[in-house]
Design a protein around this ligand. Structure first.
Ligand SMILES: NC(=O)C1=CN([C@@H]2O[C@H](COP(=O)(O)OP(=O)(O)OC[C@H]3O[C@@H](n4cnc5c(N)ncnc54)[C@H](O)[C@@H]3O)[C@@H](O)[C@H]2O)[C@@H](O)CC1
Ligand SMILES: [K+]
Length: 469
């Protein structure tokens, strides 16, 4: 929800507007339940849940409304909530600050609006919310909860023992898991979040997957016929926050790959391409160090290489990005690994997916393809389609200059790094967006002459730069 919210703001629908819709929806519920003139007590916390209810008060001018704030007005936690509180104060609404739990005095009311805590809560209620909840539960009034009954943990779906027992819940945008199990009627209010805030990858999705610590090991299994591809994937993983990037490559090309960069750790194996003989060692290494694997860049299409890729994924059980030539073996594969497959349009068609120029118009078909495949698919095109077969996102970032070779390899490395911090769909969606944004930054300078090797250097600014603060 926080991600969708941030995406909506980026699309021009800021959170304060959503708060206005939320507060209005709660007021409509109160109006449905009572006649004008009825007594309404709003009990509000200092977060945005309380802010919603300050809006509600403005829509209930025909009622006898008292708004109680748990805490001091200076301590209201968000700007938009503060602004809505100030609006009540300036316009002479009946507002009261409850500065400690012993001073909590719930007015006689026909309806109580519970806006103490929303989705920002964890654990049992602390004071003064605990005392207030007790009074609300003891009161002979209809209780309308804003978003969730206070004490309900929307992440876990369970309810604190000392939480509010609501009669009605007006929840926003979407059902929350566990709400339906409560003894309350639940109404889902549409608060005007554009569908694109969920469909299109935005800054909220990037924030969800952004590494907040430097950690993890990328293990790129690639190289042989080509050497640049594995090096680019490994570099991109480092630029996206991995601690170490290993490249397992044939000894015939290991020196060349190392020669590109002192940042990489190259682990040569005997042979000049990947064959099944190397697979047991590679699986051992990847599992022992909890690596995130990138399988495919530069491996080539020799039969024994593809056989080796298959054998690797049949025994490996960790997370892996499968790219380039290795994608050919994924359809029909039996594996316990968590895969993100990153085909371009041609590779997607060869895997049995739709054969089209533009991916976004056939997003539903790609979703069905991913469902049948049983893995997350990040299909790369002008617009990228990212889907787990159930939920689907479209990333529109990127620039025509990214048609250059190597940007798919950097994407594979970015995806691997984000897999260290997020689930496969979330990591893939954010990776598509981040790689494209890095390309856009570089295109400001280099236009259609940008290089994948230089795109890597843009990744940190996209993820942690000033525009994110
Ligand atoms: N898209 C969205 O996310 C929208 C959210 N809105 C509202 O914003 C709410 C979430 O707002 P916030 O994130 O500000 O969170 P809350 O309003 O739920 O408040 C969190 C506050 O409660 C305190 N707290 C946490 N656990 C506690 C406990 N066990 N006992 C006592 N205090 C505790 C925290 O210190 C924090 O200050 C939603 O429930 C909804 O009502 C709406 O304004 C509309 C849009
Ligand atoms: K609430």
């Amino acid at each position: 929800m926080a991600a969708v919210d941030e995406n909506a703001a980026a699309l021009g629908v800021p959170r304060k507007q959503l708060m206005e819709s939320s507060g209005h929806a709660v007021a409509r519920e109160v109006k449905d339940l009572t006649e004008p003139g009825a007594r309404v007590a709003i009990v509000a916390g200092r977060g945005n849940n309380g802010g919603d209810a300050f809006v509600t008060a403005r829509f209930l001018d025909a009622y006898d409304v008292t708004t109680l704030l748990l805490g001091r007005a200076e301590a209201i936690g968000t700007r938009i909530s503060k602004e809505n509180w100030n609006a009540l104060e300036c316009a002479d609404y009946d507002t009261r600050e409850v500065t400690d739990s012993s001073a909590f005095d719930l007015p006689e009311a026909d309806v109580i609006v519970d806006a103490m805590l929303g989705t920002g809560i964890s654990g049992d209620l602390r004071e003064p919310a605990a005392t207030a909840a007790e009074a609300i539960n003891a009161a002979d009034a209809t209780v309308v909860a804003v978003d969730v009954p206070s004490g309900f943990d929307a992440d876990e779906g369970d309810h604190a023992d000392n939480g509010v027992e609501a009669d009605h819940v007006v929840t926003f945008h979407d059902e929350k898991p566990g709400l339906a199990d409560l003894e309350a009627t639940v109404a889902v209010a549409d608060i005007g979040i554009p569908a694109a805030a969920e469909r299109l990858v935005g800054p909220g999705d990037v924030a969800l997957a952004r590494p907040d610590s430097r950690t993890g090991r990328a293990f790129v299994i690639g190289g042989g016929p080509y050497t640049g591809a594995p090096a680019l994937a490994a570099q991109a993983a480092l630029r996206t926050g991995m601690e170490l990037s290993f490249v397992a490559a044939p000894e015939s090309v290991a020196g060349e790959i190392q020669g590109y960069s002192e940042d990489l750790i190259v682990q040569p194996y005997e042979h000049d391409i990947l064959t099944p003989a190397q697979v047991d060692d590679l699986v051992d290494t990847a599992e022992r160090y909890d690596d995130v694997v990138v399988l495919g860049p530069g491996l080539g299409t020799a039969d024994e290489t593809l056989e080796a890729a298959r054998k690797f994924l049949e025994s490996y059980t960790g997370p892996a990005v499968v790219d380039a030539d290795a994608l050919a073996i994924v359809p029909g594969l039996e594996t316990d690994a968590t895969l993100v497959c990153t085909p371009n349009r041609r590779e997607l068609a060869r895997m049995g997916g739709p054969d089209v120029d533009a991916l976004a118009p056939v997003a539903d078909e790609i979703e069905a393809f991913a469902a049948a495949l049983g893995h997350v698919v990040l299909a790369k095109g002008v617009d990228d389609v990212v889907t787990d077969g159930n939920r689907t996102h479209i990333s529109r970032s990127g620039t025509p200059g990214m048609a250059v070779g190597g940007t798919g390899d950097t994407l594979a490395g970015v995806t691997a790094a984000l897999l260290e911090h997020a689930g496969p769909l979330e990591a893939a969606a954010a990776a598509a967006q981040v790689n494209g944004l890095a390309g856009e930054r570089l295109a400001d300078r280099d236009g259609n002459g940008l290089l994948a090797s230089e795109l890597c250097a843009q990744l940190p600014a996209v993820l942690w730069g000033e525009s994110n603060e």
